[in-house]
Design a binder for this molecule. Sequence first.
Ligand code: PLP
Length: 342
Amino acid sequence: MDLSRFPRRVYTEHPTPLEFAPRFSQALATTCPGGKGPRVWIKRDDMLGLFPGGNKTRKLEFLAADALEKGATTLVTCGAPQSNHCRITLAAAVKEGLRCRFVIEERVPGSYSSTASGNNFMFNLMGVEAITVVPGGSNMAEAMQKVADEVTAQGGKAYIIPGGGSNALGGLGYVACAQELQQQFYDMGVTIDRVVVGSGSSGTHGGLLAGFLGNHIDIPIVGIGVSRDPADQEPLVYKEAQAVADLLNVGLTIPRDKVVSVGGYWQPKYSIPNDMMVEAVQMLARSEGILLDPVYTGKIMAGLIGLARKGFFNPDENVMFLHTGGLPSLHAYEQVVLTGEH
Ligand SMILES: *Cc1c(COP(=O)(O)O)cnc(C)c1O
């Protein structure tokens, strides 16, 4: 798949590491049927640029480049109160000399505090221009258009980025990741049997799937839902993957059965802690010294752990966990993750 005809800004100098996690694999195996579990590898997309970067960095490489090409002065985007996507969009804006405004959706009533730590602290430190807070379930596209109209009225030119950066253009970031992985597997001589990714606004899962299929990488992908069970999540991912394939114009039709997600690990609600998340965060921190976040990667790793315990993976399988970042929100949940009380 040829990405070279799309404008792109580069925010990470090198491929992110792909690391074997032997102590974590061992700790997991002792809790699996017959004491055997998969060999777990971690793709360190928590080490992407726009520090501390995460999966949104890859999407922003294409989205910010498009905004610059269109002469934008201000990026407008949306997210939850501890949104990694908002933070990384702001970092990209700062780096490019653009301004940035957010619409924050209070999916949990009363959860936005202008003095909160974590990502919110960084919003202020990096100089967000304006934050509009709206109630959960609001029409985010409309709310962002309103902000964009204000920018226009003030003589600027807004560029609206949808939640999570998950449109076809943002999804190209994970086509690029698929190509990076293909080279990395070859260079390292590693055979990965299955990939586990988070599945939220779906640009990561959908983009990676389009990238794997389009580049003939025959490795099944399992998405772990962070806010929806499969009946609601899979259609979103399917649509995103096809939109990415269509943008690339390579005649690729996404087979519906390649879109696989798993539910049951995100409850009781998006961003609200559960015991499985706490166990996953503690287990990886204490076996490998690698930190996960409570909103996304903690629940995604809980999904990998849960599937391993159900015997979903073969014991000799090499499973790659995509670490999508999110570290700053950990600081807004320190006591929960340390004590398990929530
Ligand atoms: C946004 C995000 C995800 C989910 O990715 P989508 O592309 O929205 O599906 C996973 N992990 C982290 C840390 C995120 O910030």
